[in-house]
Structure formats: structure tokens, C-alpha cells
Design a protein around this ligand. Structure first.
Ligand SMILES: *[C@@H]1O[C@H](CO)[C@@H](O)[C@H](O)[C@H]1NC(C)=O
Ligand SMILES: *[C@@H]1O[C@H](CO)[C@@H](O)[C@H](O)[C@H]1NC(C)=O
Length: 301
């Protein structure tokens, strides 16, 4: 109740003071007197207790409300001081934050630089990866080529190996014993007793070997006979139409032999066979004295 009255009084006084200030200005005592007179007007004598208290206050501050005003002002001053401190603190905080921001900006700039560097490195890495891919493709291609090459080489070697399987060996008589010759002209000997004929390049019906592949071939043949004054044991090894080598043996008595060998380069289709010379005579039996053999040494390209 007292506070409410004081506030009302204060307001009135304030308005009055302002008016006085506007009108010409009053000192504090004059204001106090004014307030006192106002107080007397506002508080009639019937409120004794209030008046007593008010007069006690007025003895100290001219008016009881001034102590409240002063207290409020002190409080305000304290608040302002506090706020100033707060502002200083805030300013310090702001300065600190600005410093931090500068630091952060520097860090961001640095990070941007780092990112750019990383991007460059990434691009380089991508380029390198592309190059690697290209090289890998090249390698794969090369690998394919090598694989193809080795495949074709393997195929060629297989073919060569197949081609290499050429070997034959045969003796003159299929069975029994007997003479071959003499004849007035030379004749092709047909070796009927086949020991081996891998590749079937030798024909035991015609006595002719036909080269299935180009290559170096080994041929061997032997003649055997009983001694005779008029007939030699003699035969040619023929390559196509030409004499290559000859086996020859002649004596009046006893068994006689001749054995020869040769390496010939043959083209595909070249023929090799043995021809008994005119007037020549050979003999054979179950011991197989007369043989004709051949095999490929190695194929040629
Ligand atoms: C390898 O051989 C395959 C099949 O014969 C063929 O398709 C491919 O093009 C060849 N590659 C190369 C690199 O020669
Ligand atoms: C010829 O070979 C036979 C065995 O096949 C042998 O008995 C004979 O003595 C040989 N003749 C000569 C002259 O070497």
C-alpha cells in the first residue's frame, strides 16, 4: 500500500519537477519542499501511521520516496556497471571470436589449398590409372598375340612332330629264299618284307618311297650275293630319275655284301627307290640280307 502511494506520489512529483524544470528549474530543496507540500495535500491527517513514518523518512532525505529513488538509482548504477562489465566481456569475447574467425579463415584457406593439391593429385592419379589401363590393354593384346603365337607355334610343333613320324624298313623277299636278276635292263627292287612303315610313305608294291613333307632324310640299303664271274651284286639308290649312290660288290666265290647310306634333302613328292643294275644279281633268304630303310631326320620349311 505504502509502495503504491509512493509510486503515485513519485509520478506526480516527477511530472511536477519536469514542469518546474521546463518553467525555470528548481534545486533539490525546492523540489523537496514541493514534494512535502504535495505530500501534505495528498495525505490528509486521518492517516496517522503513514504520516509518522513519512516524517521519519523526511528527516533523513527530505521525502521517504527519495531513499527508494536513490536505492533504485544505486541499483541501476550497479546494473549499468555490471552491463558495462558484461559489454567489456562481450567485446573481449567478440575480439576473441574475430581472432578465432581469422584463424578459421586461415585454416579454411589452407584446407582449400590442400583440397586443390589433393584434386590435382587425384587428377594425376586418374591420369596414371588411365595410362595403366591403356598399358594393361596393350599388355593384354600382346599377351593375346603371344598366346596366339605360342598356340600357332605349338600347332606347328605338333605338325612337325606328326611329320617327323616317318620311318620304314623292309627286306627283299616276303618269304623263302631266291635270286633277283640278272636282267638286261635295270629294274626297281620291291622290298616286300616290311619291318616298319610309320607314315606309310613307303609302298611295298612299287618299292617306292614318296616324301610326304620337305625334310632331311636318311636312307640305307644293302646288297648281298653269292660269288659269280659274270654278275655283280650292284644297285643304285635313286632320287627321282637320278642315281644318288651305288652299292657294288663282285667276286668269283663266296658271299659278298655292300651297304651304303646317304642323307637327302627331299621336297614333298620326291621319290626314292633302289634299282638293280643291268646284269646284276642279288640273293636273299630268311636272314634278310638285302634291306632298304629310310626315315626323316628333321622336317624343313
Ligand atoms: C588371336 O587369335 C584369335 C582367334 O584365332 C583372334 O580372334 C584374335 O584376333 C587373335 N589376336 C591377336 C592379337 O592376334
Ligand atoms: C657278307 O655277309 C655275310 C652275312 O650276311 C657274311 O657271311 C659274309 O662273310 C659277308 N661277305 C664278305 C665278303 O664280307
Amino acid at each position: 500500500m505504502k509502495a503504491l502511494v509512493c509510486i503515485l506520489l513519485l509520478l506526480e512529483t516527477f511530472v511536477f519537477v519536469v514542469q518546474q524544470q521546463v518553467d525555470g528549474g528548481l534545486n533539490e530543496n525546492e523540489i523537496s519542499q514541493q514534494i512535502s507540500s504535495e505530500d501534505r495535500r495528498q495525505n490528509p491527517p486521518q492517516t496517522d501511521t503513514l504520516r509518522a513514518e513519512a516524517s521519519t523518512d523526511s528527516q533523513q532525505n527530505s521525502h521517504p520516496c527519495f531513499s527508494d529513488i536513490h536505492a533504485a538509482l544505486r541499483e541501476l548504477t550497479a546494473t549499468v556497471t555490471e552491463q558495462k562489465a558484461n559489454i567489456r566481456e562481450l567485446t573481449a569475447t567478440v575480439t576473441e571470436q574475430k581472432e578465432k574467425n581469422r584463424e578459421l579463415t586461415a585454416t579454411v584457406t589452407e584446407q582449400k589449398t590442400n583440397i586443390r593439391a589433393l584434386e590435382t593429385r587425384l587428377m594425376d592419379a586418374e591420369k596414371a590409372a588411365e595410362q595403366q589401363m591403356f598399358l594393361l590393354e596393350e599388355l593384354n593384346k600382346k599377351n593375346d598375340e603371344i598366346s596366339n603365337l605360342s598356340q600357332s607355334q605349338v600347332e606347328e610343333l605338333r605338325k612337325e612332330n606328326r611329320d617327323r613320324k616317318i620311318a620304314f624298313s623292309a627286306s627283299l623277299l616276303a618269304s623263302g629264299s631266291g635270286d633277283v636278276g640278272p636282267f638286261t635292263t635295270d629294274i626297281t627292287l620291291t622290298y616286300r618284307n616290311v619291318f616298319t612303315n610309320i607314315g606309310n610313305a613307303y609302298n611295298p608294291i612299287t618299292g617306292i618311297f614318296t616324301a610326304p613333307v620337305k625334310g632331311a632324310y636318311v636312307f640305307k640299303f644293302s646288297v648281298h650275293a653269292h660269288g659269280s664271274q659274270s654278275n655283280a651284286a650292284s644297285a643304285y639308290l635313286m632320287k627321282n630319275e637320278k642315281h644318288a649312290i651305288v652299292a657294288f660288290a663282285q667276286q668269283a666265290q663266296g658271299a659278298l655284301n655292300s651297304s651304303k647310306g646317304v642323307v637327302l634333302i627331299l621336297e614333298v613328292g620326291d621319290v626314292v627307290y633302289v634299282r638293280l643294275r643291268p646284269n646284276g644279281k642279288i640273293q636273299d633268304n630268311g636272314n634278310n640280307h638285302n634291306t632298304f630303310s629310310g626315315y626323316i631326320l628333321f622336317p624343313l620349311r
